[in-house]
Design a protein around this ligand. Structure first.
Ligand code: EPZ
Length: 430
């Protein structure tokens, strides 16, 4: 079994470049289906979720080549319009392919994405929007069958769903007429998707605001794009710096994408600075308390950063109250953090973290992607050497976690241990 071995108590320092954004590259790979030609996508991180998306593209008949962090997708000849259950289960967010396949092929078939570790992940907003655009959708027998020629529509989302906004943008590119999305999600990844779609020839604007307008029907072709940096990976490294009392600079990241996270650490006594392509955090003393942290759609506090920021406050000197408003089951890291001595009380959507003088090392198990990252942050601050299993979760969203953290001075390595005894097995390469 492969685990991370983390020696805690070393302040992180230095600069690190943040890799491409998972939640940007996934919809962009789906969008490449619309091109009907060759698209080149740069700064594509080596993540298992990206592997899953590439497997879906190849299943559909696309030719995909990966050279380092550049992925080339030739969607000239699609041979299928379905995503089988096995591929859907690989990655829950595969529903993002629905709009693109339907737009390109006039029909699409995939199994229900189901829930994930964070709780039920409904797609009602996706389906109701596509129906409003003319799709006939049969969502019975555990699968989703869509067909029909799409037309533009005026759509108002009851909540600013990232996935629904992206699915509609992709479907609308091939719809007849104009589609206007009101109450659209405003994440930076939505803007990145718009910028990629524009390289394909799409006529789209408004991404980053609550109203996105797509004038469908323009002939599309291949394009080229460089994916933005991953702000959640960046938040992870900032949390690790705050937790260990370090000084870290992130390159390639726009500080405007993380303002609520930076504000929380500034309230807790950190010094924060930076600009459009750099974020810097210095933490000279244990974190103090902060005003309640409520997760919310962008530009609010990102739910994906909540677990790692929680871990940073576990070894602080004050109290941090979290209110998780996006997902039902996003405090799974709390129980594992408590095994390290953290004082966390969870009641429904509220978690109260009272800082303790010192966390201690433990053998830990990641239960989801960002919860696993939270355990790494806590282990970096704890006394002693922790072991973290469940790396399949972490590898979904971090391409070089050990390398990046080691470059900042962390004692972290991926080792192979005997499942029963926990003793390390020597392997040349992992
Ligand atoms: C995206 O998920 C991200 N995933 C998530 O990151 C992120 O946590 C989330 O946005 C919120 O920022 C990707 O981009 C691949 P939503 P998504 O639709 O699109 C409800 C990660 O692993 N909802 O904005 O699924 C839903 O239940 C992931 O990095 C409906 O009710 O998020 C949730 O409560 C975790 N009906 C809320 O909206 C719908 O049809 C936000 O979901 C769709 C969503």
């Amino acid at each position: 079994m492969r685990v991370l071995r983390v020696g805690g108590g070393r302040p992180l320092s230095g600069a690190v470049a943040v890799h491409g954004a998972k939640n940007s590259v996934l919809p962009i790979l789906a969008a490449a289906i619309l091109a009907g030609g060759v698209s080149v996508i740069h700064n594509c991180p080596a993540l298992t979720d990206v592997d899953a998306a590439v497997a879906i593209l190849r299943h559909l008949g696309c030719r995909v080549q990966r050279e380092g962090e550049t992925v080339t997708v030739d969607s000239s000849a699609l041979t299928r319009m379905d995503i089988p259950d096995a591929l859907m289960r690989e990655m829950r967010s595969s529903v993002i392919f629905l709009g693109a396949i339907l737009a390109r092929c006039g029909q699409a078939e995939l199994s229900f994405p189901g829930g994930c570790e964070l709780g039920p992940r409904p797609i009602d907003l996706h389906l109701s929007a596509l129906r409003s655009m003319g799709a006939e959708i049969d969502a019975a027998c555990g699968g989703i069958r869509c067909r029909g020629r799409l037309h533009g529509a005026e759509l108002s989302l009851s909540l600013p769903s990232v996935g629904a906004t992206e699915n509609i943008m992709l479907a609308a590119c091939a719809a007849d007429g104009v589609t206007v999305i009101s109450n659209a999600a405003r994440e930076p990844e939505i803007v990145d998707l718009q910028n990629f779609l524009r390289t394909l020839g799409a006529d789209i604007d408004g991404a980053g605001t609550s109203t996105v307008t797509i004038r469908g029907g323009a002939p599309l072709h291949g394009g080229e794009h460089t994916v933005i940096a991953d702000r959640i990976v960046g938040a992870t490294y900032l949390a690790a710096a705050a937790a260990t009392g370090g000084h870290v600079a992130l390159e390639g990241l726009d500080r405007r994408w993380l303002l609520p996270v930076l504000d929380a650490f500034r309230q807790a006594g950190c010094t924060v600075s930076g600009g459009e392509k750099r974020v810097e955090l210095r933490c000279d003393r244990p974190l103090t308390g902060v005003r309640p942290i409520r997760t919310a759609p962008y530009p609010g506090f990102p739910t994906d950063a909540q677990p790692m920021v929680m871990a940073a406050f576990c070894g602080g000197r004050g109290t941090a109250v979290f209110v998780e408003n996006i997902f039902e089951n996003r405090y799974r890291q709390a129980a594992e953090l408590a095994r390290m001595g953290a004082d966390i009380r969870v009641e429904g959507r509220v978690a109260v973290v009272c800082g303790v003088p010192r966390l201690h090392a433990a053998r830990l198990e990641a239960a989801d992607l960002r919860g696993g990252a939270a355990l790494v942050v806590a282990a970096l601050a704890a006394e002693g050497e922790s072991q973290i299993a469940g790396l399949r979760h972490i590898d979904r969203g971090y391409a070089r976690l050990e390398e990046d953290l080691s470059s900042l001075g962390a004692d972290i390595r991926r080792v192979d241990v005997d499942t029963d005894t926990g003793t390390e097995r020597q392997r040349e390469t992992l």
